[in-house]
Design a protein around this ligand. Structure first.
Ligand SMILES: Cc1ncc(COP(=O)(O)O)c(C=O)c1O
Length: 380
C-alpha cells in the first residue's frame, strides 16, 4: 500500500469504521468529498456561487480526461439513463429499423429498446449471452444494415463482464449504425478511450467508481456528430441566455446553442457536481492506469480467496480481458449473508443470487481477507 492510498484511507470517514467493497453500487464518503460538501454549505450561506460554477465546469474536463474526450464533447444530464434517452430519441426510425442491446443489460438501457418497440414499432434485437459472457459474435449476429443504434454497458452491473467495445463499435459502424456505451461501471476504475473505441455516444454518472454522490449524469457525444443532430428535448439550458449577471432568453424563437450544450435539456443543479469534482481529483491524481492495475490485482486476490470456498459459483468471467472491478459469486443465502456482513460494517451487495464485491484502488488485501473470513463463517 503506497503513501497516497494510506492518505486517502486515513482521510475517509467511511474507512474509519467500515470495510467498503461496494463501488458497483455507490462510492464511499471520502475526506475530500466531505470537505467539498462543507464548503458548499459555506458558499450557500454566503450566496457566493462563483467558485461552485467554476468547479462544476471543471467536472467536464476531468471527465473528458478519464474517457479521452474533450470538455466540448461533454454535457450534464440528470442521470445515466437520460443520456441513453437523448441518443435514442434523436434518431429517425422507419418500418425496417431495429435496435440491438444485450438482453440482460442495465434496465435503463434495455427499457429504451422496449420503449421504442412499443412506441415506434422499432424491432428490438436482444443479444444473448453464454453463461454471462457477451460475445462479439452475439452482436455480429444481430446487427445489420437496418440497425439504428447499439446499446451496451462497457461493464455489466451483475456479472462485471467487460465487453470488447472496439470490436462491437466496428461492426455497428460497418452497418451504418450508431453505438452508445454506458460506462458507469467502468469510468474511474478502468482505462476508457472513446477515440480508440471509436464510439458515438457515452453515458455515465458521478456515483460509483467516480466516487461522487448519487446521482448525476455526464453524456459524451463525438464532436463530429454535434451539428448533425437536432436535440430531442427542448430545455432552456440548451439555449443562449445572455449573461449570468442578467440572463435573458428569447421566448419568441427556440434557438439552440451551436455547442454540445444544446443537449442540456434540464437544470443540471450544482451541489452534486461540486462534490464530484473533489472525488474525480482523487482519481486523476493517482492516475487511471495505476487504478486499473491495482483493481485487477485486488480482484485476482479475491478470485484466489473465493476458490477456497465450497458450494459457490462464479457469475463473473475469469478471462483477463473481460474482467473489471466487479466480482460476483453465487452462494446460498446470499441476501442473509450480505445483511450479516453489514452488521459487521462490511459493505457489499446481494445481486443475481450472488454476493457482488467491488473494490476500488484504495482497498487492501486485508479488507478481502476479513470479508472472506466472515463469508466462510456464515456460509458453513
Ligand atoms: C450499468 C448501469 N447503468 C446505469 C445505472 C444507473 O442509472 P441512472 O443514473 O439512470 O439511475 C446503473 C446503476 O445504478 C448501472 O449499473
Amino acid at each position: 500500500m503506497d503513501s497516497y492510498i494510506r492518505k486517502i484511507r486515513d482521510e475517509s470517514p467511511t474507512f474509519q469504521s467500515h470495510i467498503y467493497l461496494n463501488h458497483a453500487s455507490t462510492g464511499p464518503l471520502h475526506g475530500r468529498t466531505a470537505e467539498a460538501l462543507k464548503k458548499f454549505s459555506t458558499h450557500w450561506a454566503e450566496s457566493n456561487f462563483e467558485e461552485v460554477y467554476v468547479a462544476c465546469e471543471e467536472v467536464k474536463s476531468q471527465f473528458a480526461q478519464l474517457i479521452n474526450a474533450t470538455a466540448e464533447e461533454i454535457v450534464f444530464t440528470p442521470d445515466v439513463t437520460h443520456g441513453t434517452k437523448i441518443a435514442v430519441n434523436m434518431l429517425e426510425y422507419d418500418k425496417k429499423s431495429n435496435i440491438v442491446c444485450y438482453w440482460n443489460d442495465y434496465p435503463g438501457q434495455v427499457y429504451q429498446a422496449l420503449y421504442l418497440k412499443e412506441k415506434k414499432n422499432v424491432e428490438y434485437r436482444p443479444v444473448p449471452d453464454k453463461k454471462n459472457e457477451i460475445l462479439v459474435e452475439g452482436f455480429a449476429d444481430k446487427i445489420d444494415e437496418n440497425t439504428k443504434i447499439v446499446l451496451l454497458s462497457h461493464v455489466q452491473w451483475l456479472s462485471g463482464y467487460k465487453s470488447n467495445v472496439k470490436e462491437i463499435a466496428k461492426i455497428a459502424h460497418e452497418n451504418g449504425a450508431y453505438i452508445l456505451v454506458d460506462s458507469i461501471q467502468s469510468t474511474g476504475a478502468l482505462v476508457n478511450d472513446v477515440k480508440d473505441w471509436d464510439i458515438d455516444f457515452l453515458t455515465c454518472g458521478v456515483a460509483k467508481w467516480l466516487i461522487g454522490p448519487n446521482h448525476k449524469g455526464l453524456f459524451y457525444i463525438n464532436k463530429k456528430l454535434i451539428d448533425e443532430f437536432y436535440p430531442p428535448f427542448a430545455g432552456y439550458h440548451g439555449t443562449d441566455f445572455g449573461s449570468r449577471d442578467e440572463p435573458y432568453w428569447n421566448v419568441n424563437k427556440l434557438e439552440f446553442l451551436p455547442s454540445v450544450d444544446k443537449f442540456m435539456d434540464t437544470n443540471p443543479g450544482n451541489l452534486l457536481y461540486y462534490v464530484a469534482n473533489a472525488g474525480m481529483k482523487i482519481l486523476l491524481d493517482y492516475g487511471v492506469d495505476k487504478i486499473e492495475k491495482r483493481i485487477m490485482h485486488l480482484t485476482d486476490y479475491l478470485f484466489e480467496k473465493l476458490d477456497e470456498l465450497k458450494n459457490i459459483e462464479l457469475i463473473t468471467s475469469r478471462n483477463k480481458e473481460n474482467r473489471s472491478g466487479i466480482v460476483n459469486a453465487r452462494i446460498p443465502n446470499n441476501v442473509e449473508i450480505v445483511k450479516k456482513l453489514k452488521e459487521k460494517k462490511i459493505i457489499v451487495s446481494s445481486r443475481y443470487g450472488g454476493i457482488r464485491i467491488s473494490p476500488h484502488f484504495y482497498n487492501k488485501e486485508e479488507d478481502i481477507d476479513r470479508l472472506l473470513e466472515l463469508i466462510k463463517q456464515y456460509h458453513s
